[in-house]
Design a binder for this molecule. Structure first.
Ligand code: SF4
Length: 295
């Protein structure tokens, strides 16, 4: 008998769950609803929402939209999106995660109060990620985006640094960038590093908990199936971490990609996923495995 378990820490994060519920509730009312960009990096979930009537449009298509209703995703948007929607008489349903909204306000507050001649904002994030685009929009694009320790060559060492993070980044990599910034600023003659470096790890609490939880889950199973869209950066990061803990980890976007040959001699299988993978998808993979391993 093969033991199969779903990772209790897996499933949609709060922000994604909330925006999907909002979409479903508006779609149930029957009126048309546009979504600005994919609500979640998960093609099967997007197909499901499209089958309920959601129409996904890009930012360039927004400019051509007739008055209607548009849902903004959990990652948030820059102020320019709200301005454009207002100008086009489009009703906004704001699905921005409250944690992201709070970060946007915090960033703007620091930016508005700092002396830009001698201080700079640094965001640890992915330059093209919608959340980072939304954060940059709060400060007119006037922040340096760093994704790795190597990127810190982009900052001006003579200026005080205020470091923040995109909410979905890897906490270990944040610490790496933080350490590199500390070293860089300590090497510059002048005030103590503490006076020229303010670091605020704004990675979401759900993300911070995922790696320790995944580590113990991946370690107690012989084989792990990690379920997520291949375009999910959070999925890629968590899959790679899972594989570093348990080398017998396979990354699949759905049960169709499962190869029965993987399970020869295996008695314990764990199923986990990204913050963009629903519990329903994990349960569907589990049912498929149960059928496969009992036949
Ligand atoms: S990762 Fe956290 S902050 Fe980002 S959308 Fe999900 S719940 Fe919100």
């Amino acid at each position: 008998m093969v033991k199969i378990e779903i990772d209790p820490g897996a499933g949609f994060c709060f922000g994604v769950e909330q925006v999907i519920k909002t979409a479903e509730s508006h779609l149930r009312q029957g009126a048309g609803l546009y979504g600005l960009g994919d609500m979640v990096h998960n093609s099967s979930e997007m197909q499901r929402l499209h089958s309920l009537g959601l129409r996904t449009i890009s930012h360039s298509q927004l400019a051509e939209l007739k008055p209607g209703r548009i849902l903004l995703r959990a990652h948030g948007e820059p102020p320019s999106t709200y301005e454009m929607a207002r100008a086009l008489d489009i009703e906004i349903i704001d699905g921005t995660c409250p944690i992201v909204s709070h970060l946007q306000k915090k960033l703007k507050k620091v930016y508005d109060s700092m002396d830009r001649d001698v201080e700079q904002l640094v965001i640890f994030g992915k330059p093209d990620h919608p959340e980072t685009v939304g954060l940059l929009g709060q400060v007119g694009g006037d922040a340096v985006v760093v994704g790795t320790r190597e990127d810190i060559s982009k900052i001006e060492p003579g200026k005080k640094v205020h470091l923040f993070s995109q909410t979905t980044m890897d906490p270990d990599q944040f610490r790496d960038v933080e350490e590199a910034l500390n070293e860089l600023l300590a090497a510059v003659p002048g005030p103590e590093t503490g006076d020229v470096f303010r670091s605020d790890c704004t990675i979401c609490g759900q993300m911070k908990k995922r790696k320790p939880g995944l580590s113990s889950f991946a370690g107690r199973h012989e084989l792990i199936l990690f379920v997520s869209g291949k375009n999910s950066s959070n999925g890629k990061m968590l899959y790679e971490y899972c594989k570093s803990v348990n080398p017998l980890t396979y990354w699949i976007s759905g049960e169709k990609e499962i190869d029965p040959g993987w399970f020869q001699g295996i008695s314990s299988i764990g199923i986990s996923g990204a913050t963009s993978t629903s519990k329903d998808q994990l349960e569907s993979v589990m049912s498929h495995l149960e059928r496969m391993t009992s036949s």
